[in-house]
Ligand binder design. Structure first.
Ligand code: KIV
Ligand code: NA
Length: 265
């Protein structure tokens, strides 16, 4: 195998090969995801929800993201590792954004950073790119701005917001980003954006007309069971399987079935 680079992703788009991306936040899971042949692992700030149990992505810190990312990086042989810049680590000014991105690269060994937003973060993106750090954009539903939106519903359904999103996507390409995540927007709009830029557009809840797909690992494995958006395809029902396995273990301990004669010294 060959390691995936930001260049390989752009080449994949050029030859029409779809890009596969999943989140991971720890060593053991990342080892499985990388070994199974995923192209890109996202150390998402969704770790705030999935790993820490927060209601939003806002509370997770840069130090915590670095901890998750360094665990993931130790597991991978082939995938490209993209790390989310968390809320509060890049919004105040470009210098702070660059300092945060440098910390991620130095302390975790990740290969690229992702940040939410368009025009408002343009100067920060340019500064980070100038330091040689690849940047992925993220438009549409941007969970770090949840208190501005108020809900997690589909974004850019109205013409004005759609127009703004198209301009932001072109800006991200011009600024030098190697890719863009589009979250929860109409499929037709996502397709139009993907066709308007030469960098890969990775969708989540953005339809089939984009260049790749990303899902939260614990959602697609069915470990979470109270989150049921239309875009989520579950490949397993681990919530049920794990509950049954753990219940069986409890029964075996209580009934003295475990350990048996062979399971001891
Ligand atoms: O944090 C995350 O998991 C993400 C994906 C949903 C794109 O940003
Ligand atoms: Na994220």
């Amino acid at each position: 195998y060959k390691r995936i680079t930001v260049k390989s992703l752009v080449d994949m788009k050029a030859r029409g090969e779809k890009i596969s991306m999943l989140t991971a936040y720890d060593y053991t899971m990342a080892k499985i995801v990388d070994g199974a042949g995923i192209d890109v692992i996202l150390v998402g700030d969704s770790a705030s929800n999935v790993m820490a149990g927060h209601e939003t992505t806002l509370p997770i810190t840069l130090d915590q993201m670095i901890y998750h990312a360094s665990s993931v990086v130790r597991a991978i042989d082939r995938s490209l590792v993209v790390v989310d810049l968390p809320f509060g680590s890049y919004q105040s000014d470009p210098k702070e954004a660059l300092r945060s991105a440098i910390r991620i690269m130095k302390e975790s060994g990740g290969h690229a950073v992702k940040m939410e937003g368009g025009k408002e973060v343009k100067d920060s993106i340019k500064r980070i790119l100038n330091a040689g750090i690849p940047v992925m954009g993220h438009l549409g539903l941007t969970p770090q701005s949840i208190y501005k939106f108020g809900t997690y519903t589909v974004r850019a359904k109205e013409e004005q917001e759609a127009q703004r999103l198209k301009e932001d996507a072109l800006m991200l390409e011009r600024a030098g980003c190697f890719g863009i995540v589009l979250e929860k927007i109409p499929a037709a709009l996502a397709k139009e954006v993907a066709e308007s830029v030469s960098i890969p557009v990775i969708g989540i809840g953005a339809g089939a007309g984009v260049d790749g797909q990303v899902l939260v690992l614990h959602d697609m494995l069915g470990m979470t069971h109270e989150f049921n958006p239309r875009f989520l395809r579950r490949y397993m029902n681990l919530y049920e399987d794990m509950t049954n396995a753990i219940g069986q273990y409890v029964d075996d301990v209580k009934s003295k079935d475990f350990p048996n004669d062979e399971e001891q010294y």
